[in-house]
Design a protein around this ligand. Structure first.
Ligand code: UFG
Length: 331
């Protein structure tokens, strides 16, 4: 298939591009390289451009004539979204509308949309299935809910438009071949932050809150390896094209680990006893987030291959070491 991938030079997008490329698809990656990197695009052709640039989008769709779009390009940091909501609504909503407009003009009918567990806010029960109410508690989550609403309404209005929204839980790890991974100079996510602390980039790792109603008092998350998530995209796309059915699916393993457990495994993998301090809770963190992914499994046949926290952290660590030497080489 001819597939347009927005944000395909970023962390998750680049892993999905790798998986699609391995299957022989014809790929065009549209990315502004704000957080992505040209070297992360292992397959297809990279077109550097903005989703705000509607004329450019038109030219790209006109020339490439994609059969499907995978839309990863978005701003993704919860804390930043609280400080700079407008940036989130502009990038995640307004720019997505530009893309959808262009898709309509060029009659592109299939979309895989990147959504998030943040749409649920603090869920009322665990594990979280797709029928739970959407109660986002920050502008990032709200921007994704808005787009899910827009997509639902377009699919209702346009008979030939269909999409799958994938709600990601905590995505982590890196390409087992160590070619790509999370490549941000700074890190806010737990696993990357822990590994950058082990690497000496930060003096210590803060554990945000030890008084949650969980067995060890720290928050529990469902960490999914990025290659398993990439496979979920391939299967979702096949399902969409084969059935023509719009769906929303959670992506996670269905069980989780506490912050303390993640820290212990990070120390074991790195063999570095990095400093850890216990601090106050971080605003807006739900105590527990576990995906019920039975829908994804049932409809697409998805089966995790890397449901192993040690493997996830090991691939992230191998990548972190390589990325750090890449960065050093550039300075
Ligand atoms: N944490 C720490 N110390 C750190 C970083 C994180 O203790 O330095 C804790 C957090 O408080 C949280 C857990 O580790 O309890 C996981 O935090 P992350 O920042 O790694 O991930 P989140 O669960 O906050 O974020 C994920 C996705 C978001 C999504 C959100 C939904 O990355 O895109 O889940 O709640 F919005």
């Amino acid at each position: 298939m001819r597939i347009l991938v927005t944000g395909g030079a970023g962390y998750i997008g680049s892993h999905v591009v790798k998986a699609l490329g391995e299957q022989g698809h014809d790929l065009l990656i549209y990315d502004n390289l704000s957080t992505g990197h040209d070297w992360a695009v292992l397959y297809g052709r990279l077109e550097v451009g903005e989703l705000a640039d509607t004329r450019r989008l038109d030219e790209v769709l006109q020339a490439f004539r994609p059969e499907a779009v995978l839309h990863f390009a978005a701003s993704i940091q919860v804390e930043e979204s609280v400080r700079e909501p407008l940036r989130y609504y502009r990038n995640n909503v307004a720019n997505s509308l530009n893309l959808l407009d262009a898709m309509e003009r060029h009659d592109v009918r299939n979309l895989i949309y990147s959504s998030t567990a943040a749409v649920y806010g603090i869920p009322e029960r665990m594990p979280v299935d797709e029928s739970l109410p959407l109660n986002p508690i920050n502008p990032y989550g709200a921007s994704k809910v808005m787009m899910e609403t827009v997509l639902r309404d377009i699919a209702d209005a346009r008979e030939n438009f269909r999409y799958i929204a994938l709600r990601y839980f905590n995505v982590a790890g890196a390409d087992a071949g160590n070619r790509i991974g999370q490549a941000y100079a700074d890190a806010t996510h737990l696993i990357t932050r822990a590994l950058k602390t082990a690497n000496g980039q930060y003096p210590k790792l803060s554990v945000f809150g030890t008084d949650y109603p969980t067995p060890d008092g720290t928050c529990i998350r469902d960490y999914i390896h990025v290659d398993d998530l990439a496979d979920a995209h391939i299967r979702a796309l096949n399902y969409l094209v084969e059935t023509g059915k719009t769906e929303i699916m959670n992506c996670g393993y269905g069980h989780g680990f506490s912050v303390r457990e993640v820290v212990d495994v990070a120390k074991k993998v790195t063999r570095i006893d990095f400093p850890v301090e216990e601090t106050e809770r971080r605003a807006g963190d739900p105590p527990e987030l576990i995906a019920d992914s039975s829908k994804l499994r049932r409809l697409t046949g998805w089966l995790p291959r890397h449901d192993d926290l040690e493997f996830i952290i090991r691939t992230a660590w191998d990548w972190e070491l390589k990325y750090r030497s890449l960065l050093k080489g550039k300075v």
